[in-house]
Design a protein around this ligand. Structure first.
Ligand SMILES: Cc1ncc(COP(=O)(O)O)c(C=O)c1O
Length: 341
């Protein structure tokens, strides 16, 4: 079945060798798949998924999309910007600690508002009922296209099925055999698409998703369910692929940071010139460094760090710049964690 798709992302994104990072960390060859360059203000992996969701929304004849996430959600920011491009209105249900707007609109929330999204705030308890809340809102609006959290359903996952088709010739071009794909995993759509795409192509690859908040078995169950749903919608294709979810680098939890994570993130920015998102790729790069320090890889291994974007979230973490003074950074990290979800 061919799904409609609207062209939003700048594709193919480059696959680049991180020369200075590889040399400094003395581990495997580190490659970066630059999905931070897909467009829409560093919206990263979300743009790939939205190409399918926004095409379906337009086909349905609606003028509004409804979706949800945390106040600093990259997905909500990406949806608001991409929907503006194709002329759709966006309603966002944003989870905040007290169901109220934050005192100050910073980072992604600022960008959601800048893109013209209508933001409605819900408590964490209400957020547990997010699908019902979004369906009710869609019914009130009349016709609206509901995009699940993270655009992570079989439709959104198609964005990463096609990403695997995209990376296959790039692997050949760089002479990379049996790479390890190291990526941040949360609402499961990215990993699901990667696994399904690799199955379809028959890629010899190891896919490792590092959870940014939920226990590994929960994320794994979610991916298995999405794979099964995808098989029943689009048909089972291809053989088995080695994949797993780990939860060793969650740190203090979703959206919270530690001074150690921030320090690695700053170091990686200074070795690559790239921006990392403290909630996702920041944890991911810290996890990679830990694995290298533990001797998990050989210098012959090729690790592909899939940069899933979201760098603007760094702007909501001023404690990154307090990094030269460890005491100050530790105190300010604590204070800011208390205000975050
Ligand atoms: C920057 C970034 N990387 C990775 C992810 C994880 O992707 P997924 O939710 O599809 O697992 C997200 C979104 O949740 C994200 O915003």
């Amino acid at each position: 079945m061919t799904q409609p798709r609207v062209s939003l992302a700048n594709l193919p994104t480059p696959l680049e060798k991180a020369e200075r990072l590889t040399a400094a960390w003395r581990g495997p060859k580190i490659w970066i798949k630059r999905d931070d360059l897909t467009g829409f203000g560093l919206s990263g992996n979300k743009v790939r998924k939205l190409e399918f969701h926004l095409a379906a929304a337009l086909e349905s004849g609606t003028d509004t999309v409804v979706t949800c996430g945390a106040v600093q959600s990259n997905h909500c920011r990406a949806t608001a910007l991409a929907a503006a491009r194709v002329g759709l209105r966006t309603v966002l249900f944003l989870r905040s600690p007290d169901g109220e707007p934050p005192m100050e609109a910073t980072g992604n929330h600022f960008l959601q508002l800048l893109a013209g999204a209508q933001c409605r705030f819900v408590t964490p308890a209400e957020y547990d009922e997010r699908n019902a809340i979004m369906e009710r809102a869609a019914a009130d609006i009349g016709t609206a296209w509901v995009i699940p959290e993270g655009a992570s359903d079989p439709l959104g996952a198609l964005g990463f099925v096609s990403a695997m088709h995209e990376i296959t010739p790039q692997l050949d071009e760089h002479g990379i055999n049996r790479p390890i794909i190291w990526h941040a995993s949360s609402s499961a759509g990215t990993t699901t698409g990667m696994v399904r795409g690799a199955q379809e192509i028959g890629l010899d690859i190891e896919i490792i998703g590092s959870s940014v908040g939920d226990p590994a078995d929960e994320v794994t169950d979610h991916i298995r369910a999405l794979l099964t749903e995808s098989d029943s919608l689009y048909g089972r294709r291809g053989g088995d692929v080695e994949w797993r979810i780990i939860d060793d680098y969650i740190g203090r939890g979703y959206g919270l940071t530690t001074p150690e994570e921030l320090a690695t993130q700053v170091e990686a920015t200074r070795l690559t010139g790239l921006l990392f998102d403290p909630a996702y790729t920041g944890k991911l790069i810290h996890g990679l460094k830990q694995e290298i320090d533990q001797g998990r890889f050989t210098t012959e291994d090729d690790v592909i760090f899939w940069h899933t974007g979201g760098g603007f979230a760094a702007l909501a973490h001023p404690e990154l710049l307090e990094q030269e003074n460890t005491d100050e950074r530790t105190q300010n990290t604590e204070k800011r964690n208390q205000r975050r979800i």
